[in-house]
Design a protein around this ligand. Structure first.
Ligand code: ACO
Length: 327
C-alpha cells in the first residue's frame, strides 16, 4: 500500500502586522468586538512588492529544505489559491520556474477558497496513491487583503495574508489516511468576490456601475452553515476511517473564527489544548491557514511523528473538506 506522507512543511507570513488597534483608526470597530466575535487580535498584510507567488516561493523553499530534497525531485505542484498573481499562467507554474524546477512536472492551481489547501492535498494524495508521482509540493497561498474593502468593517477585520505548504512523498508507512471533499454551489450569494472582467464583457453598457471586486459576505448565515457542515464532516471522516473521537491527537482547522473552531473541538470532545490555533495572530488567511497552523505546530514540536491529525476546512462555494493524516 502506498501512502502520501508529509516529509516537510514550510510557511511564510508578510512582515507587516495590522492590529485591531490599527483598524480602529480606519473603520468604526473596536478590539473588544473583534476579539469577542472572531478571536482575531492581529493579521499579517502583504506589501506592495509581494504577491501570492512570491509568498508561495518562500514557503515552498522552506518546505523543500525541511524535507531534505532538491527542487527537481518534485514531480507535481498544486497550489490552492483564490488570489493568484494572474488569470494565467497559474501560480504553480510561476512557482515552478522560480524554484528552478526544470523537469517539466505538472503544476496547477486549485480554486477552493478557504478549502483550497484540503482540495490541493486531496488531489496530490490521489496522484501519489496511484503511483503517478512520487514527490508533490502542495501549498495554500493567499492575499485576501487585496480583495478587502478597507471601509467595510464587516469584512476588513477578518482577513490576513500568507502562504504555507507541505512536501508529500510516496511511502509505505501510513501518511494521508483519507480525504473528503464537498461543494454546494447554491450558496454563492452568501460569500463571493466579484470579477469585474466578467461584468465588463456581459454588460453592453460599460458605463453601468461595476460591482467593486471586494469580498461580499453574509457573515451570520455563513457562520451557521459552517458550524453545521464542519460537524457533519467530522462524523463522515471518523466513520469512513473506523475511528472514534478519542483517536484524534490534533485538530488543525481552517482559521476563520475562534467560535467556529471551538464548536468543532466540542464536537470532537477535544480540549482546546489539542487544537492548533493561529486565528488570533493571522486572521483568516483562506487556503493558507491550515498549512500555516500545521507548520507552526510541527516546528514548535507540538506535533510528533505517528500522531493523528484531523484537518478541516470550510469556504466560499460553499466548499468544505477534511484530511485525516498520520504524521
Ligand atoms: N466592529 C464592530 N461591529 C461590527 C463589526 C466590526 N468589525 N462588524 C459587524 N459589526 C456589527 C454589525 O453591524 C451588527 O450590528 P447590528 O446588530 O447593529 O446590525 C453586529 O455587529 C453583529 O453583526 P453580525 O454579523 O451578526 O456578527 P456575528 O457575531 O455574526 O460576527 C462574523 C460576524 C465575525 C463575520 C461571523 O459571522 C463569522 O465569522 N462568519 C463566518 C465567516 C466564515 O467562516 N467565512 C468562511 C470562510 S471565508 C472564505 O471562504 C473567503
Amino acid at each position: 500500500m502506498i501512502y502520501a506522507k508529509i516529509k516537510g512543511t514550510g510557511s511564510y507570513l508578510p512582515s507587516r502586522v495590522v492590529t485591531n488597534a490599527d483598524l480602529e483608526k480606519i473603520v468604526d470597530t473596536n478590539d473588544a468586538w473583534i476579539v469577542d466575535r472572531t478571536g482575531i487580535q492581529q493579521r499579517h498584510v502583504i506589501s506592495e512588492e509581494e504577491t501570492t507567488a512570491s509568498m508561495a516561493h518562500i514557503a515552498a523553499s522552506r518546505a523543500i529544505n525541511a524535507a531534505g530534497i532538491q527542487p527537481n525531485d518534485i514531480d507535481l505542484i498544486v497550489v490552492g489559491t483564490a488570489t493568484p498573481d494572474r488569470f494565467f499562467p497559474s501560480t504553480a507554474a510561476i512557482l515552478q520556474h522560480r524554484l528552478g524546477i526544470t523537469n517539466h512536472c505538472p503544476a496547477f492551481d486549485i480554486a477552493g477558497a478557504c478549502s483550497g489547501f484540503i482540495y490541493a492535498l486531496s488531489i496530490a494524495d490521489q496522484f501519489i496513491r496511484t503511483g503517478a508521482v512520487k514527490t508533490a509540493l502542495v501549498l495554500g497561498a493567499e492575499c485576501l487583503t487585496r480583495l478587502v474593502d478597507w471601509t467595510d468593517r464587516t469584512t476588513c477585520v477578518l482577513f490576513g495574508d500568507g502562504a504555507a505548504g507541505v512536501i508529500l512523498q510516496a511511502d509505505h508507512q501510513p501518511g494521508i489516511l483519507g480525504t473528503h471533499l464537498h461543494t454546494d454551489g447554491q450558496y454563492e450569494p452568501l460569500l463571493y468576490a466579484p470579477n469585474q472582467l466578467r461584468q465588463q464583457t456581459a454588460n453592453e453598457n460599460l458605463a453601468e456601475a461595476l460591482e467593486p471586486p471586494f469580498i461580499k459576505m453574509k457573515g451570520r448565515e455563513v457562520f451557521k452553515i459552517a458550524v453545521n457542515t464542519l460537524n457533519q464532516i467530522v462524523d463522515e471522516t471518523l466513520a469512513a476511517n473506523h475511528l472514534s473521537k478519542s483517536d484524534i491527537d490534533w485538530l488543525i482547522p481552517h482559521q476563520a473564527n475562534l467560535r467556529i473552531i471551538q464548536a468543532s473541538a466540542k464536537k470532537l470532545a477535544l480540549p482546546m489544548e489539542r487544537v492548533v490555533l493561529t486565528v488570533q495572530h493571522h486572521g483568516n488567511t483562506s487556503a493558507a491557514s491550515i498549512p500555516l497552523a500545521l507548520d507552526i505546530a510541527v516546528r514548535d514540536g507540538r506535533i510528533q511523528p505517528g500522531q493523528l491529525l484531523l484537518m478541516e476546512a470550510f469556504g466560499a462555494g460553499f466548499t468544505w473538506g477534511s484530511a485525516l493524516v498520520r504524521y
